[in-house]
Design a protein around this ligand. Structure first.
Ligand code: K7E
Ligand code: CUA
Length: 665
């Protein structure tokens, strides 16, 4: 704490009411508290500066009260979606998506999760996958605003996409996307027509997925995938989806156009040099080869036009996906390129859709393109030429609206709905605030850098409530910092990431709190007003979470039974505080055992598990939920199964026996 801050704080008459030091919070502090100086004394005794005390008051969410916002953050190679309360910055939930998770029983024998994970690993593409690298969550939208129904997320590692249902906050679908070996650019269109996902590392288009790197330019390709979203269920429907084949430029991030730019998708790229790395004799890392040129390309996809091209039958079928080939995409006007300063990272569309912002990464500017100018250039066919694949290139200066110098290593940009943009600066470890142009709400000083606030350290993405929608709420900004360095201590060499909450209503910008988080890095996050979420508290009794309807295997108390059919044993069982019914299961070695479990609790929070340690089975059942577990009883023994969730005073007693008798016993 700086001495000056401390003195200001202590010097407050009455202890607390320091307009300058406590700012907006002051008015909310009860007058009696304020006048007796309790808070001031507490802050002083804890060694907090005025700003630090203000941060504490501005972010605390007392017991029994709730956060007004949730941040849905990815978790990198933990493979999950994390739900974090804002402004309290408490981790409220981890939703397993691509990686198995024993807490929720995801991927440890419960039918739904096992089937999702299995369906999400195409054996012709990848081995059975037990993890993923979640990067870009995308909440479903209606009229360009989050509607709180579903969230989609990509697996950067394997080119997969998943859907999480926000009715029960559970993963319902994973698709191993044909023709993609990796993914990065993920977004949802303004009315959730499509979830878009593009590759990051190109892949050979050959049948067996192999091609020597000498043929990189000819045989490797990227893909932009437009997954149709079923408007009722939120499921991704591959048969109604299509891909646009792209040059083997590494596709990076993507954003969907909105309002003025609705109907377009924007994907930036790096490695338009087509570098493939070196050999032992001549080592050249991609980082060298891919940074030679001063410009890469923004790829502009007209997805409404692509829909028409597909409807007209101008596609090829490739591994079960309808693909508009690169040459058709070029000739039909589906794909255009605009040079962008080399190796950019983020691409973000302004709330009104007029501007497309490219963050430089290796260039201190955010480059701003105008959608009107892009549309005009396409309409008039004013191209500077074509790339080696015949894709028309629009000259950069023709569509440029501005280049705003923001600082070193700009990556991603979000908006506050008041005409300001906030860009993360990886190299500077800072967030830059600047104004957008006149079309985005600011008329006096368009495209002007305003200020920078330091963050700790190496910020990647940032998130503002509604910050990538047509109506950002502003108020808070969360900096998603990759490194924590000196912000933590005594945790061994693996460091947490460090999220920081910034007050957007303060001028200059100020930091309210930090949240070191011991999970892998959240690449991207979206913050939604919790008013928009309408999740269940308990399931309707007997619900199969896959269909959200009554399960055919659901039973009520008193209907528990065991059915034998040769070597197949079907057990219909219930769970209730604090017993399993039936509590003893007798089978013979070699039997196929199918246990149909219904949690018949109707009380909020009364979750149980069905856990057979020796068979590596761990199923978690929320109140009303039905889960099926199937295994071959291939080991003789007396095995105690139990409930792993401390559910009642007699939780310890919630166990039973699986007796696997030898043959002929
Ligand atoms: Cu980490 Cu969005 Cu995958 Cu930037 S990406 S940081
Ligand atoms: Cu049920 Cu412990």
């Amino acid at each position: 704490m700086s001495g000056i801050q401390r003195r200001q704080f202590i010097g407050i008459s009455g202890g607390v009411v320091a307009g300058a030091a406590l700012g907006v919070v002051t008015s909310r502090v009860g007058s009696s508290m304020a006048s007796d100086g309790v808070l001031g004394a507490m802050a002083t005794s804890r060694g907090l500066s005025g700003d630090e005390a203000r941060g504490a008051l501005a972010t605390t969410v007392p017991p029994g009260k709730y956060d007004p916002y949730y941040m849905f953050a990815s978790s990198g190679h933990l493979g999950a979606v994390q739900v974090i309360g804002v402004p309290s910055m408490r981790l409220l939930k981890v939703i397993p998506v691509f990686s198995r998770d024993s807490y929720s029983g995801y991927g440890f024998g419960a039918d739904l999760s096992d089937e999702i994970l299995k369906a999400g690993s195409n054996p012709t593409k990848s081995s059975s996958l037990g993890w993923g690298d979640s990067h870009h969550p995308a909440l479903s939208e209606t009229d360009g605003e989050y509607d709180g129904r579903w969230i989609y997320i990509n697996d950067r590692a394997n080119g997969r996409i998943a859907m999480v249902d926000l009715t029960d906050f559970k993963t319902k679908q994973i698709i191993d996307i044909p023709n993609l070996g990796s993914s990065h650019g993920m977004c949802v269109t303004p009315n959730s027509e499509y979830a878009h996902i593009s590759s990051i590392t190109p892949r050979p288009t050959t049948d067996n997925g192999y091609a020597p790197l000498e043929s990189y330019a000819d045989l490797y390709r990227g893909y932009s995938t437009w997954f149709h979203i079923d408007p009722k269920t939120g499921r991704l429907v591959p048969e109604k989806s299509f891909q646009v084949e792209l040059p083997p430029y590494n596709q990076d991030l993507a954003d969907a156009g909105k309002l003025a730019s609705n109907g377009f998708g924007f994907i930036n790229s790096f490695n338009t040099e087509l570098a493939v790395g070196g050999t032992a004799a001549k080592p050249v890392a991609p980082e060298v080869g891919a940074t030679k040129n001063n410009f890469d390309y923004l790829q502009i996809i007209d997805w409404k036009k692509a829909e028409k091209v597909v409807a007209a039958g101008k596609f090829v079928e490739r591994n079960g996906m309808r693909v508009i080939t690169l040459s058709v995409a070029a000739s039909e006007g589906v794909l255009h390129l605009v040079p962008e300063p080399r190796n950019p990272h983020g691409v973000d569309v302004s709330p009104d859709g007029h501007y497309i912002l490219i963050a430089g990464k290796l260039d201190p500017h955010v480059t701003v393109f105008s959608i009107e100018k892009i549309k005009d250039a396409i309409a008039k066919g004013t191209y500077q030429g074509k790339d080696r694949y015949g894709v028309p290139i629009i000259a950069m200066d023709v569509v440029l609206a501005a280049q705003v110098e923001v600082g070193a290593g700009p990556l991603h940009t979000q908006f506050d709905g008041k005409g300001n943009a906030y860009t993360s600066l990886f190299i500077d470890s800072a967030v830059a605030k600047w104004t957008l142009g006149p079309k985005s709400g600011v008329t006096d000083k368009p495209f002007t850098f305003i200020e920078k606030i330091p963050v700790h350290y190496n910020i990647g993405h940032l998130a503002i409530p509604g910050g990538d929608t047509v109506k950002p709420t502003g108020k808070y900004l969360v900096a998603l910092n990759k490194w924590s360095l000196d912000q933590v201590q005594k945790l061994g060499p693996t460091h947490p990431v460090n999220l920081e909450l910034i007050d957007l209503d303060s001028s200059p910008l100020s930091t309210l709190s930090s949240m070191p988080l011991g999970n892998s890095e959240p690449h991207y996050a979206q913050i939604i007003n919790t008013d928009k979420l309408k999740p269940l508290k308990v399931y309707t009794p007997g619900t199969d979470p896959q269909t959200m309807a009554l399960s055919e295997h659901a039973i009520v108390a008193g209907k528990e039974r065991v059915e034998r059919n040769g070597s197949v044993v079907d057990v219909y069982a219930t769970l209730m505080r604090s017993h399993f019914t039936p509590g003893t299961l007798k089978v013979t070695v070699g039997d196929t055992v199918r246990i149909h479990l219904t949690n018949i609790e109707t009380t909020e929070n009364a979750t149980h598990t069905f856990t057979i340690p020796a068979y590596n089975i761990q199923a978690t059942l929320d109140p009303g939920e039905v889960v099926n577990v199937e295994f071959t009883a291939d080991r003789v023994g007396s095995f105690a199964f139990y409930c792993a969730q401390f559910c009642s005073a007699l939780h310890m007693e919630m166990y039973g026996w699986l007796l696997v008798a030898p043959k002929g016993a």
